[in-house]
Design a protein around this ligand. Structure first.
Ligand code: DUC
Ligand code: ZN
Length: 460
């Protein structure tokens, strides 16, 4: 059975043009003018007036993750169900071995958590939270298992590595053609700031969260990682970048000749730190994530970065907790589980606040949600393009079907959205995953068809 999507505008990282799309099985056979030669064997779907994007890729999710004595509200079932409703046809989650365990244990655990449960395709980055000769040897097993990207932390005592180990791991990854993302915040000074805020009687205030984790302590860690990467002579990814000072550090490294890839997230583009001032703990705590949401001038700098190609990807850092789970931190802001849901709303938010507001072009949206993550994480051109030979992962976006985001209507088990009441410009009408309709007008269709993604090396 073939399908023709007729009358839409196909968006790529370079352009947007009127074209039909012929799908044969799991793949795109042709993009251009398509005649239905065998109408009895071809379904023709009218998508006139809609944009056809390559399926969105969310390269930063945390599903079924144990954090601070609790577990994320979304597991791979509900998380990928939410993803497919939001046009995300591939996610890359962070597998995370417990400290002291092997990378192999982390990989096995993540397969147990996700295999057979996913509504969209899925892969893993591997977290390196320990470093020794055995772990270095295991890197080869990770590449053989289709894991070519890794993550290291400069904060969180259970996971962070000292500078020497960061450097040695970077060198080992470079040797194998791997790439690493870094969570950048200065752990020691943040701890001191937390102690000061508590001593000043501000330990129960959610507004202490951004005060303990200011933009310049993120920028310091970005600068340090980039100097270590300079020593190792290797490209790196700065994940969930939030602010102008951090972008300045990245700019300086690029001017030295370094290759730096930058990710940001919708919460840093659309919100500002006034969310932490809400007098109701139950409201303010919903926005606690690390790094925190910053000033509107920082958001403006991130949009500029997207427009100019200085920021390559927009992922979500989807790490969901219910308002009840956030109650763990009532009385002590450091005990609020950190993270926000976002996997279901990213495409509509970036179209509405980005394209419709003329901050970015359609092609830029395609680059940062699909094409660049596919290239960065070794999925291109199978994913990230509406082109002959690519997987038929397609988002049909109707620019005229506006809606209002309501947490209660979303699939995430968080039960809320940080973007409650946001009026979108247009919305996602339908989603195809490897040639089959997976979502139609808000309804998920079919079953859990997600496949594990063996990924190649970075080609961005
Ligand atoms: N930040 C969060 O807020 N949650 C999960 C992990 C992270 O880096
Ligand atoms: Zn994260």
């Amino acid at each position: 059975m073939k399908t023709i999507l007729r009358g839409g505008f196909v968006v790529s990282g370079k352009s947007c043009r009127r074209a039909d799309v012929l799908i044969d099985g799991e793949k795109i056979e042709k993009v251009g003018h398509v005649m239905a030669h065998a109408p009895w064997d071809t379904e023709v779907v009218d998508v006139s007036g809609c944009y056809l994007f390559p399926g969105f890729i969310d390269a930063h999710t945390h599903f079924d993750l144990d954090v601070a004595g609790t577990t994320t509200a979304d597991d791979f079932d509900s998380g990928t169900y939410a993803a497919i409703r939001g046009g995300t046809t591939s996610i890359v989650d962070f597998a995370c071995p417990n400290k002291g365990e092997t990378l192999g244990c982390g990989l096995k655990l993540w397969h147990e958590k996700s295999d057979g449960k996913c509504w969209c395709d899925y892969g893993y980055h591997m977290t390196i939270d320990d470093w020794n000769a055995d772990i270095e040897r295991e890197l080869d097993d990770m590449f053989a298992a289709g894991i070519t990207s890794f993550k290291m932390y400069l904060t969180y005592p259970a996971m962070m590595l000292p500078d020497r180990q960061l450097y040695e791991a970077m060198v080992a990854l470079k040797k194998r053609g791997g790439i690493c993302g870094f969570h950048c915040e200065n752990a020691g000074v943040i701890d001191a700031k937390i102690a000061e805020l508590k001593a000043a009687g501000k330990g129960a205030e959610v507004s202490s969260h951004p005060k303990a984790r200011p933009d310049y302590l993120e920028a310091e860690a970005v600068g340090r990682v980039l100097r270590i990467a300079q020593a190792a002579d290797t490209p790196v990814i700065i994940v969930h970048t939030t602010n102008r000072a951090a972008l300045d550090e990245i700019d300086a490294a690029r001017r030295r000749g370094q290759t730096v890839y930058v990710e940001t997230c919708p919460q840093y583009l659309l919100l500002d730190d006034s969310v932490y001032e809400h007098p109701d703990f139950s409201q303010a705590s919903r926005y606690v994530c690390a790094p925190p949401i910053r000033k509107s001038a920082d958001a403006a700098a991130l949009w500029r970065g997207l427009r100019h190609g200085d920021v390559q990807t927009v992922s979500t850092d989807h790490c969901s907790f219910t308002p009840e789970q956030k109650e763990m931190g009532r009385g002590d802001f450091t005990k609020i589980p950190g993270g926000v849901p976002g996997v279901e709303t990213r495409g509509e938010l970036i179209y509405s606040a980005g394209v419709a507001q003329k901050r970015i072009s359609l092609a830029c949206m395609c680059r940062v949600l699909s094409e660049n993550p596919a290239k960065l994480y070794g999925l291109y051109p199978r994913k990230g393009a509406v082109a002959a030979g690519s997987d038929a992962d397609i988002v049909v976006y109707d620019p005229n079907a506006n809606r209002v985001l309501r947490g209660a209507e979303l699939a995430s088990r968080a039960g809320y959205t940080p973007f409650e009441g946001f009026e979108t410009s247009g919305s996602i009408r339908s989603v195809y995953l490897r040639g089959e309709l997976a979502m139609d007008r808000g309804e998920v269709v079919g079953d859990r068809r997600g496949q594990y993604l063996m990924r190649g090396k970075c080609m961005l």
